[in-house]
Design a protein around this ligand. Structure first.
Ligand code: PEP
Ligand code: MN
Length: 354
């Protein structure tokens, strides 16, 4: 829909519009109001260059797209009926919980193995463990290939599917070869389109899923969905959208909590939303409330950092990880809320039933 600056365009201006949209196989349909005339673009209006050229005209106020640019991620796409199953649990059948350490310490493998058993006991559906870490400080611990063996040993012992972040194609290949089930794209790489494409291509035709974190700098919802579209466009639609807080921070928290984006995502896309409260608020004491808020906003899952002994952890774990006891209580409460909100008699204002 083209909205001109003036109430009426000259014949010459209309001819300019006509010529541009015709180049892209579209035509114009004027919609004449009593005061103002606007112009519908009839045809496939997803051509970015066409929109850019129209928006570049000095007599045009703006161009509103009616069609979604997200052919696959859009709520109205054929993929809307797709269900994602990880480790035998189908997203949407219950609150899906991924939990585990921020970082696997290769010097203390038994700690991670204990954490794995503890998060399973607490009710988690999948185990997370950082093998390679995106660290702000280049002198901080960066990860270690040996941690991958520890992660896979924890999978063998617990049966839990495992999630790990990959930041480049070498790590991607190592993770897939080792059998990592869910590949995590971190907030710092959420807009790294080469990596998104490489992951999409590598998992096409396989059963893996991707946990796509939201970019850490506050960006439009559409930008987050577009990042998912990159991966899904290669053929594997197992994508989980993970809000994890944005920057600039809310004073006192690590980031600006963004679980409230969940209903906005659900209005536009079918993909499950798995909120990460840990990186959002950044402190163990605040994590349970943020997790419950995420569920209240309609999240399908949670990704929570937890450690059998947070004080002995590395990376984010000493400040952010929940103890197994707090994790268990948080999961129980979050699942109870999730179930309540989806009950047939839930209040109409519930995000899940509205
Ligand atoms: C993590 O999950 O440990 C992590 C580094 O997350 P993010 O990319 O959201 O900062
Ligand atoms: Mn972390």
């Amino acid at each position: 829909m083209i909205l001109p600056k003036a109430n009426r365009l000259t014949a010459e201006q209309v001819a300019t519009l006509d010529a541009i949209v015709a180049e892209f196989g579209c035509h114009l349909q004027p919609i004449e109001g009593t005061v103002r005339t606007i112009y519908a673009i009839v045809g496939d209006e997803r051509h970015e260059l066409m929109i850019n050229r129209l928006e570049g005209l000095d007599f045009i106020d703006r161009v509103d797209r009616i069609q979604s640019p997200h052919k696959l991620m859009d709520l109205r796409s054929d993929l809307a009926t797709h269900r994602i199953t990880i480790g035998g649990v189908t997203l949407g059948s219950r609150l899906f919980v991924i939990a585990g350490q921020c970082t696997i310490d290769p010097k203390n493998p038994s700690l991670f193995i204990e954490t794995a058993h503890a998060v399973k006991e607490a009710g988690a559906d999948a185990l997370r463990g950082g093998v390679w870490k995106p660290r702000t400080n280049p002198y901080s611990y960066q990860g270690d290939d040996r941690a991958l063996d520890i992660l896979m040993e924890a999978h063998r012992q617990t049966g839990l599917p495992v999630d790990a972040e990959v930041m480049d194609e070498t790590q991607l290949r190592l993770a897939l070869d080792a059998g990592v089930h869910t590949l995590q794209v971190g907030a710092r790489n959420a807009l790294n389109y080469s990596l998104l494409r490489a992951i999409g291509a590598a998992i096409a035709g396989r059963g893996n899923a991707v946990l796509l974190k939201r970019g850490m700098h506050l960006g439009p919802v559409a930008e987050f969905i577009s990042a998912a579209e990159y991966i899904v466009s290669f053929g594997n639609p197992n994508i989980l959208l993970c809000p994890r807080g944005t920057s600039p921070t809310l004073d006192g928290y690590r980031n600006h909590p963004d679980e409230s984006i969940t209903p906005l995502l659900k209005e536009r896309t079918w993909a499950p939303v798995v909120v990460d409260p840990s990186h959002s608020v950044g402190k163990a004491a605040y994590v349970p409330a943020c997790a419950l808020a995420a569920v209240a906003y309609g999240a399908d899952g949670l990704c929570i950092e937890a450690h059998v002994n947070p004080a002995r952890g590395i990376g984010d774990d000493p400040k952010q990880a929940l103890s197994p006891e707090v994790l268990a209580k948080t999961i129980t409460r979050a699942r109870a809320l999730w179930t309540t909100l989806r009950a047939p008699d839930a209040p109409a204002s519930s995000p899940c039933t509205a």
